[in-house]
Design a protein around this ligand. Structure first.
Ligand code: F6R
Length: 244
């Protein structure tokens, strides 16, 4: 638990930078699972700062994003492709062919094959070294909404009504928010060697209490993280304020 979001974000960025450098020293690639949304923005800006001011290189980094709305054009202002390039990829020296984000413009028939291929690519690269997560007010991680199975893989899902309400501002109204998304599964996330879930502000306190101290259940998908030995919650005091 950190005093504020900035301190927590810098600590997470430092963890990522250390991982990248340790892999670099061994001539290996770092395989990162990344999230979008408000939560990781300060982590990404700190990584950009370390790239620009301290020479942190991303040449050995391969990334897989958790999710993308469906359907969604990559060039749209609300796409997670736009988000990732605006907040991180556009400002660092990552090889763009090492960037993977679920494809929001596939035909519905092509989605299943795409999802299986997404899983295969992660495995072929030796799995995710580190997965970064935020948490939605429904308890979703990625877009694994209530009802998601603990062994779920990358797939097309239907967004919860509350998730669509929370996204309404970005889309100029809830009716413009897509009803579906492609997301890595709970099972995909679980296979990462390290998982860091971040949450900032009192708005997240009730769901953080459920995720950390509540009964493990598909009704709050983040509770499945209680079963992992490799997970860490990084919170500010406000997000942690309801924990006993
Ligand atoms: C984003 C994602 C979501 C968000 C969650 C919290 O890639 O997978 O699970 O992490 O909806 O969103 P923010 O950070 O905007 O509160």
């Amino acid at each position: 638990v950190y005093s504020d979001a900035k301190a927590g974000s810098v600590a997470v960025a430092d963890r990522i930078a250390r991982l990248i450098k340790a892999k670099q020293a061994r001539g290996e690639k770092a395989v990162l699972g990344l999230a979008t949304g408000v939560t990781p923005i300060a982590v990404y800006s700190e990584l950009v700062r370390q790239h620009k001011e301290e020479g942190l290189s991303f040449k050995n980094v391969i990334t897989f994003n958790l999710d993308e709305y469906y359907p969604m054009k990559p060039t749209a202002a609300q796409s997670y492709v736009t988000f990732m390039y605006d907040n991180l990829f556009g400002h660092i020296d990552i090889d763009k062919s090492n960037v993977h984000i679920p494809d929001g413009i596939l035909d519905t028939e092509a989605v299943v094959a795409f999802c299986l291929e997404y899983e295969r690519k992660i495995e072929e690269l030796g799995g995710l070294d580190l997965q970064i997560l935020g948490i939605g007010r429904t308890g979703h991680i990625g877009f694994n909404e209530p009802g998601s199975a603990p062994n779920s893989g990358t797939r097309l899902v239907t967004l919860d009504d509350l998730t669509r309400s929370d996204a309404a501002r970005d889309f100029g109204g809830k009716s413009n928010v897509p009803t579906k998304a492609i997301t890595m599964g709970i099972g995909t996330i679980f296979k990462a060697r390290e998982i860091i879930l971040m949450a900032w502000s009192a708005k997240k306190a009730p769901i953080i209490k459920k995720a950390v101290e509540g009964e493990i259940s598909g009704e709050v998908p983040a509770t499945y993280l209680q079963l992992s030995d490799n997970v860490e919650f990084v919170l500010d005091v406000d997000a942690a304020s309801e924990l006993t």
